[in-house]
Design a protein. Structure first.
Length: 221
């Protein structure tokens, strides 16, 4: 078992949040090292250690690992949240990839380049909101319906909590921040998955400790 784990990523949830949540749910002790974009831009020594020069990166006993999906899969294994059955593992993989594609779509509508990369700027607010509103209206329902059809009763895969549930919960949080009615009556199984993960004591404690990242959950919100 790894004894010294550090997640290197930016402030905020972003694509690093599922990794944080997986480690948290699995009660894996880790250091959550966060950087500003400007700070990271000037950290040549750190970048030289990153396999692809980018974050998120997971440092495990001095070994740096890159690529978000690979890191999340490792975090899931460490946390006991990766299915042991090969078919269920493959199903969980495809669900995680699908929900990540929703994040990529939102990023492309929100930034004029790769988020966090030097020179990348956010699209002006009015144009960004217009793009996202149209996508939520026309494209998102079909993407969520695919997840709804794949979901089991209370879990995305099989009968046990897995990394697919945590990743879907994280993505639905992002979508609910955009439109609080996104989980309407057409998606009862997704709502059940979301509610089950939200009720986990580890998740509740994490959100409570990071309310700046979860404005919908603020006591004064």
């Amino acid at each position: 078992m790894a004894s010294d784990i550090t997640l290197h990523y930016f402030h905020g949830r972003g694509i690093g949040e599922p990794i944080r949540l997986l480690l948290t749910v699995g009660e894996i002790v880790f250091t959550d090292r966060r950087y500003s974009v400007d700070e990271f831009a000037n950290m040549a020594a750190l970048k030289a250690q990153l396999p692809f020069g980018q974050m998120p990166a997971l440092e495990v006993d001095g070994v740096f690992l890159g690529q978000t999906d690979s890191i999340a899969r490792l975090a899931a294994r460490l946390a006991g949240l990766y299915p042991s059955d090969p078919i269920e593992a493959a199903r969980s993989d495809m669900i995680v990839v699908h929900q990540a594609e929703l994040s990529s779509a939102l990023a492309k509508m929100s930034f004029d380049g790769v988020p966090g990369a030097p020179g990348t700027k956010m699209v002006p607010q009015e144009e960004r909101q217009k793009r996202i509103a149209a996508w939520v209206e026309t494209t998102l329902p079909g993407a969520l319906l695919r997840l709804e059809r794949l979901a089991q009763e209370g879990c995305m895969v099989g009968a046990q909590l897995s990394w697919a549930d945590i990743c879907v919960f994280n993505r639905l949080n992002q979508l609910l921040d955009i439109d609080e009615d996104v989980l309407h009556a057409d998606f009862p199984k997704l709502r059940t998955v979301y509610d089950r993960v939200e009720a986990l004591p580890q998740i509740r404690a994490w959100i409570q400790a990071h309310q700046d990242d979860y404005p919908r959950f603020r006591a004064d919100g």
